[in-house]
Design a protein around this ligand. Structure first.
Ligand code: UDP
Length: 241
């Protein structure tokens, strides 16, 4: 594989969607627990302040360019990546591959009832896919051992976790050894979209790099977090040689 592209110190894989899926397929076959992350500008900016998150991303098996901002930054820094690999789309591809190859998935996270609805959606879209367990993301620290025991008993090949950034990445990194799942991945709002409680931006907005604007308009509580975006742009422009 080509070496990763460093965007403000975070290694981004210069892979297409298809190549990313094929790398993940290899990781599943390999069976060594591997963490996948989907980086957008907000996550990269968070990692500038949060060393734990930065270390997790630096030692992840794969970090894909989830957001248009990261794709733009790689181009600005002289190491373009072939395309955006949005976490939501990557999950849909993995569900399709899993349906064909018999991989087992576990969905952990989001509000009560959402992961179960996301499971129904996945089963309708990808007949034959094995979602072997679901659990919401509002468990207490005291329940953590039980949550992990439940996941390991289901023996998934892929564990998708929606607890929000950076909690999901930290939870997965802390528990990677105990979970014994070949591929684990933080998926943010993916289950909410699959369950139909949050809508994704229309295709034209996604293609013109405006998905962040749609999210801001639909979920105005994100405004404060999104102040990271102009700071990201400034930092990338300053880092340009
Ligand atoms: N969430 C959760 N437990 C928590 C906090 C959040 O399961 O304690 C879920 C939340 O319901 C949502 C997801 O984590 O489904 C985070 O989605 P968001 O779109 O905010 O993702 P981010 O932008 O943080 O990747």
């Amino acid at each position: 594989m080509q070496s990763a592209v460093s965007v403000l110190g975070i290694p981004i894989a210069p892979l297409t969607m298809e190549e990313s899926v094929s790398v993940i397929d290899g990781l599943i076959k390999n069976k060594k627990p591997s963490l996948i992350a989907t980086a957008n500008a907000e996550m990269v900016m968070m990692a500038q302040q949060d060393n734990v998150l930065a270390d997790i991303l630096r030692s992840a098996a794969l970090v894909v360019p989830d957001g248009a901002g990261v794709v733009w930054a790689a181009r600005q820094l002289g190491r373009p990546v072939p395309q955006r690999v949005a976490g939501y789309d990557l999950v849909q591809k993995l569900l399709s591959v899993s349906g064909h190859k018999g991989y087992r998935l576990y969905f952990l996270g989001a509000a009560p009832g959402i992961a179960a609805k996301a499971k129904l959606y996945a089963e309708q879209k990808h007949p034959g896919v094995a979602i072997v367990g679901v659990r919401d993301g509002y468990f207490q620290p005291a329940d953590e051992d039980a949550v992990i025991a439940e996941i390991t008993e289901c023996r998934p090949d892929i564990l998708l976790v929606a607890l929000g950034v950076p909690r999901q990445e930290k939870w997965l990194a802390n528990n990677l050894g105990r979970l014994r799942v070949p591929v684990v991945m933080g998926v943010g709002g993916t289950f909410d979209v699959m369950a139909g409680v949050v809508t994704r931006a229309p295709a034209w907005m996604q293609q013109s790099g405006l998905e962040w604007l749609y999210r801001l308009l639909k979920q105005p509580h994100r405004a404060l977090r999104m102040l990271a975006l102009p700071r990201f742009v400034m930092k990338v422009l300053l880092a340009k040689k």
